[in-house]
Ligand binder design. Structure first.
Ligand code: ADP
Ligand code: MG
Length: 253
């Protein structure tokens, strides 16, 4: 079967910096794949090339066998590549459910700028998505009243409203407490299984990465230095060298 995502030989330079120096990997449906590496390793550049925000200097990205080269971000999104984004301040005045409803409307290109309409359309579907991420109790609360962790969870529901096949999550848990990070990624893992979508995510907490990811890609200076299951990555000498053995759970055990 064709992999959901196939990236091959991705290259991108900024001046003399090789942010991506020939990166190749695949991602299957139902897989939660972590992309880790020190700051500046090229993780965000990799996300931006996949979703079309940046044009690669070389290499190919295939989604379900379809070449994404030369396509604009909006078109790539319509083909099924979603991403979580920081909730815009404009949406703070809307309720939790309305935010999801607007995302559902946007999927259908019915967004006319009349926020009021969102309060009727797709209400049931929005509530279903909110139930999925365990935010339904807060459906009618204004977004501005949400705790930070719940806002990050809402970002996930909004991304799912776009019905992605592949979801890109670049630091989805930024600013969250350790416990909250674990629950958001554990929830994401359940959704990946349940909906048979693929998720590529970055995360600073190694505990969360090693507990939740099915497979881990490790980048350093634009290159992929490991692509393996958590146990194998934990034991990898090159990976340990990059992390100096410090941040790896179980390192030295
Ligand atoms: P990461 O997300 O792993 O921290 P990035 O992909 O953001 O890494 O950055 C990889 C390298 O590319 C870094 O050296 C960064 O400074 C450089 N870089 C990223 N984006 C740009 C840009 N728009 N202009 C110039 N340099 C950039
Ligand atoms: Mg980054």
């Amino acid at each position: 079967m064709t992999a959901l995502l196939q990236a091959s030989g991705l290259r991108k330079s900024f001046g003399g910096v090789h942010a991506l120096a020939g990166v190749s990997f695949t991602l299957e449906r139902g897989e939660l794949l972590a992309l880790i590496g020190p700051n500046g390793a090229g993780k965000s550049t990799c996300f931006n090339v996949i979703n079309g925000q940046l044009a690669a200097d070389g290499g190919r990205v295939l989604l379900d066998g379809v070449d994404l080269a030369g396509r604009r971000p909006r078109e790539i999104w319509r083909l099924g590549v979603g991403r979580t984004f920081q909730m815009a301040a404009t949406y703070a005045s809307m309720t939790v459910a309305e935010n999801v409803q607007v995302a559902l409307l946007s999927r259908e290109r019915q967004l006319c700028g009349w926020w009021a309409r969102a309060s009727e359309q797709h209400r049931d579907e929005a509530l279903e998505l909110l139930r999925l991420v365990q935010l339904h109790a807060a459906a009618d609360a204004p977004c501005a009243t949400l705790a930070y962790g719940d806002l990050k969870t809402l970002e996930l529901a909004v991304a799912l409203a776009g019905r992605p096949q592949l979801l890109l999550m670049d630091e989805p848990t930024a600013g969250m407490a350790p416990g909250e990070r674990n629950s958001l990624m554990a929830l994401t893992r359940e959704l990946v299984r349940e909906r048979a979508i693929g998720v590529l995510f970055t995360e600073h907490s190694m505990d969360v990465v090693f507990a939740c990811a099915d497979r881990i890609l490790v980048m350093a200076r634009g290159e992929l230095i490991a692509d393996a299951a958590p146990d194998e990555v934990r034991a990898d000498a090159r990976v340990r060298a990059v992390y100096l053995g410090n941040a790896m759970p179980g390192a030295g055990r």
